[in-house]
Write a protein that binds this ligand. Sequence first.
Ligand SMILES: Cc1cc2nc3c(=O)[nH]c(=O)nc-3n(C[C@H](O)[C@H](O)[C@H](O)COP(=O)(O)OP(=O)(O)OC[C@H]3O[C@@H](n4cnc5c(N)ncnc54)[C@H](O)[C@@H]3O)c2cc1C
Length: 471
Amino acid sequence: MRVLVAGGGLAGLASATVLAEAGHSVVVVERDGFLGGRAGAWTETLPDGTPYQMERGFHAFFRQYHCLRSLMRRVDPDLSVLEPQVDYPVHGPDGSVQSFRDLPTSTPANVATLAWRSPTIGLLDLSRVKLRPTLAMMAFGDHTWKRWDGVSAKDYLDALGFPPDARRMLFEVFSHSFFNPEEDLSAAELLMQFHFYFLANPDGLVFDTMRKPFSTGLFEPLRRYLEDRSVAIRTDTELRALHLGRAPIAVETSDGTESVDAVVLGLSVPGLRELARRSPPLGGLLGEGLGALEVTHPFAVWRLWLDRPVRADRLPFVGTVGHGLLDNISVYERLEDESAAWAKAHGGSVIELHGYAVPPELDEATIKADLLAGLEAVYPETRGAGVVHERFLLRHDCPAFRPGSHAVRPGVETRDPRVKLAGDFVAMPFPCALMERATASGFAAANQLIGEERQPLLHGPVRGPLAALRF
Ligand SMILES: Cc1cc2nc3c(=O)[nH]c(=O)nc-3n(C[C@H](O)[C@H](O)[C@H](O)COP(=O)(O)OP(=O)(O)OC[C@H]3O[C@@H](n4cnc5c(N)ncnc54)[C@H](O)[C@@H]3O)c2cc1C
């Protein structure tokens, strides 16, 4: 087959990898000038002329991301680019810290230990927690979508009856990490995430990070791997329309029109909607699924090159709650080599602040003032530090997972067997999310076109231990 893969993010590249390994002729078109999509990195320049790799920032590589790790092993068999982190501490407003390290590896022992260790829950509080909705977390299964998809994550979390501080410290970190505001996030998606990231994950919430920028650490080696297998990679090239008559399919790109036997659409949600607008038959293939595809609130990434270092005991990454828009702080020189070299040469720190589900009406100055106040509250030593350079991104392209959207969310298959979808917004038959969902759906799209499970789709348990009770 000659296959066009549109989108050079993880979903598209995962598909291209499996198709090329199976001997098919693959063309990847990517609208941006670099590979990796939302996890990609591109070159910018510091005021002194030094080039650096800018990204949308910190990404956690969880250990149960079996498909992503399999993709990465193609170019790094020992995963030597990953650095294990020891904890995912969450810093609350009054100096409290919730740790997720050294928890038992199975449910319910992990939940019981977490609750016991939590500084925000006492025995009296536990006795007030509502049992049935709380047990729904351990009962994830197919029925969860039916029972909870129509409910918002906010209503679900309110119904648990946890004290406000505990609710914030234990649960906000989950809902915010998926970019969607709680009131507009499906409770079933949230329950799937609890299951996938914590309850059914023997490694708990502890993860690995990348020692290099994502370009040098992953996407440049992957580009070489694909090109060695004769994949044509065309960056700065947009897929503009699909003409889905009888075989072959005519694809219109910014380079011209060509014919292919099959297409994998590994596009972002805005990219897919735009394509469907230009190619009405695609809208027909996706049916009401297209209506389920929306973007959620914007997110902000602010990288700051400071003229003095943060305290030596600061971890490379911490989550934050109760500090306005701030969701996490990364100390970049403790994460990756390029920033480490800058910090060493200049005696400073490279800090990155993230704010997810940012209310769309806020402007850049307001967001920055809010994030800075959060940084100074959590790491007071940064007060008054000089800013040598800064780079602020406010982007609006992460998928929404609205209450009620699961029933119509499109999967990898479309009504035309020659056209497959892949991306972190696609419905999958097993629990997965974010980078893992993107990669797994890309693998699944390639498997379906090839007609066999050429790439095993490894995943964890599909049901929680109490699933039979159907809470
Ligand atoms: C700030 C931030 C932090 C994150 N942190 C984490 C984390 O810690 N852990 C985690 O697992 N995930 C994290 N994620 C999510 C992760 O980045 C995404 O889930 C993943 O990268 C999505 O991959 P994708 O291939 O589905 O989509 P994308 O990466 O969006 O790729 C789609 C590609 O399609 C291209 N495109 C669109 N339209 C066209 C067109 N018409 N023609 C050609 N190309 C087109 C786009 O340019 C893009 O490159 C984070 C995301 C952000 C933004």
